[in-house]
Design a protein around this ligand. Structure first.
Ligand code: G2I
Length: 437
């Protein structure tokens, strides 16, 4: 129809009609919003109403499965290639790139109006054989060449890149994971981020990891310190990815929201990048609800992606960790996720408050902790000191207790307050939760 209307007058009148239609739609939307809470009928619609995206991992070899693509297209507006943009897939031989499957996923996503998360530019795992056998300067240069070539190939098409994946050890050390990349020098991570920024200045650049969901874990603190250091020194970083693979051994932590808000307080977005939660029925549904609530409570938690469409598509298929069963039916976890996305208002939850915890000045024996409450002026913050730590001092709030759990309430100085904590050998940041009074 537009092709037949070619004169300027016709084009003007067409524009007038479209504008009139658009205005009517906007007005109707506005009126509806005053009478009822708008509700999205799919995950992507509900998340969009909350200013977030909802995504999934996609496998290229399943794009011919119509049950799979129907669900994926209907429910999700962010796509991550499950394996097709890893180093071994894209650069099977040094400097010979195979874009076929990565491009299939990007073009499926874009032709269906979806955005793409890139996963992943630099990783100790899934390296092609030629890279596994490299070390030193040759490896550093090969890694930087990979980052540059891949980010350049996909420039302008990627919402966020997982620039570096899983670079820290599990357990209590808080140390970097040993790998051939780590052995090229501690600065390999920032070198990768700088190369990615140069190649695609508009993609958000994320550090992505697992077992970084519990705020008390040494690995979480180590990633937090990396991001804090990068922000302080101007190394380009825009986001942190919490993979969030949960099961009975690694449940959704009670301090998950503290983790999200604490990273966000460093000035980065937080993305839940690979969510799956083993289980079934209402227990699984409750866990999905907790995750979605925690994200909605923090404005810089900008999106959630699940790691696959149906249980049978999962890397942990036997744990049935996803939102659709093997036949593509919606599970209770789906309904809980959708309802939570649709429920109430977000950031903070209705009548609630959130608190962000950051480390400020650090001495050998003690450190200052800044706490910033949002969402309410009548609050009570419960602060959990780490084992051995004791309170030395506090300001801009009334703080009771001296070790273990402290309680802080307003003293008229506003919503930002602080404490000084003696480490007594424990350098981990305390955690905090907020409730209204
Ligand atoms: O392990 C779960 C995820 C943890 N975070 C990083 C993610 O990239 C990772 O995803 C998984 C994929 O879901 C698996 O599908 O990463 C694994 C290792 O790259 C993937 O497994 C691989 C198998 O190891 C290969 O043998 C197989 O050929 O999947 C490949 C394609 O099915």
């Amino acid at each position: 129809m537009t092709r037949t209307l070619t004169s300027p007058r016709h084009r003007r009148s067409l524009r007038a009609i479209s504008l009139a239609t658009l205005t009517a739609v906007v007005l109707a939307g506005g009126m509806a919003a005053t009478t009822a809470q708008a509700a999205g009928s799919t995950l992507q619609a509900a998340a969009t109403e909350k200013g977030r995206y909802f995504g999934t991992a996609i496998a290229a070899n399943k794009l011919s499965d119509s049950t799979y693509t129907t669900i994926a297209n209907r429910e999700f507006n962010m796509v991550t290639a499950e394996n097709e943009m890893k180093i071994d897939a894209l650069e099977p031989n040094q400097n010979q790139f195979n874009w076929t499957n990565g491009d299939r996923i990007v073009s499926w996503a874009r032709s269906n109006g979806k955005q793409v998360r890139g996963h992943t530019l630099a990783w100790h795992s899934q390296q092609p054989g030629w890279m596994q056998n490299m070390s030193g300067t040759a490896l550093r240069n090969a890694m930087l060449n990979h980052v540059t070539q891949v980010a350049t190939h996909y420039r302008g098409q990627i919402h966020s890149w997982d620039v570096v994946n899983e670079a820290f050890q599990d357990g209590s050390s808080g140390a970097r994971r040993d790998s051939n990349l780590q052995r090229t020098g501690n600065d390999w991570i920032e070198a990768a981020f700088r190369a990615a920024r140069a190649a695609d200045p508009n993609a958000k650049l994320c550090y992505n990891d697992y077992n970084t969901d519990d705020w008390t874990h040494a690995k979480t603190q180590a990633v937090y310190n990396l991001v804090r250091d990068f922000k302080a020194r101007g190394v380009p970083i825009d986001c942190v990815g919490l993979q969030s693979h949960f099961n009975a051994q690694s449940p959704v932590p009670s301090n998950y929201q503290t983790t999200i808000s604490s990273f966000a307080a460093l000035g980065v977005d937080v993305q839940i990048t690979e969510l799956d939660i083993e289980g079934s029925g209402s227990a699984q549904a409750d866990n999905y609800r907790k995750v979605v609530q925690a994200c909605l409570a923090v404005s810089r938690c900008t999106g959630i992606s699940v790691w696959g469409v149906r249980d049978t598509d999962s890397w942990r298929a036997s744990g049935t960790p996803l939102l659709f069963d093997g036949n593509g039916n919606k599970k209770p976890a789906y309904t809980a996720t959708l309802d939570t996305l649709n429920g109430g208002t977000s950031n903070p939850q209705p009548g609630g408050c959130t608190v962000a915890v950051t480390r400020s000045t650090d001495w050998s024996d003690r450190f200052n902790v800044s706490l910033a409450v949002s969402g309410s002026s009548t609050w009570r913050v419960s602060i959990q000191l780490q084992g051995g730590q004791t309170l030395q001092n506090s300001w801009n709030a009334t703080v009771s207790g001296s070790s273990g759990t402290l309680t802080a309430t307003p003293n008229g100085a506003g919503n930002n307050f602080g404490i000084t904590v003696y480490k007594n050998g424990n350098t981990n940041l305390p955690t905090a939760t907020c409730s209204t009074t």
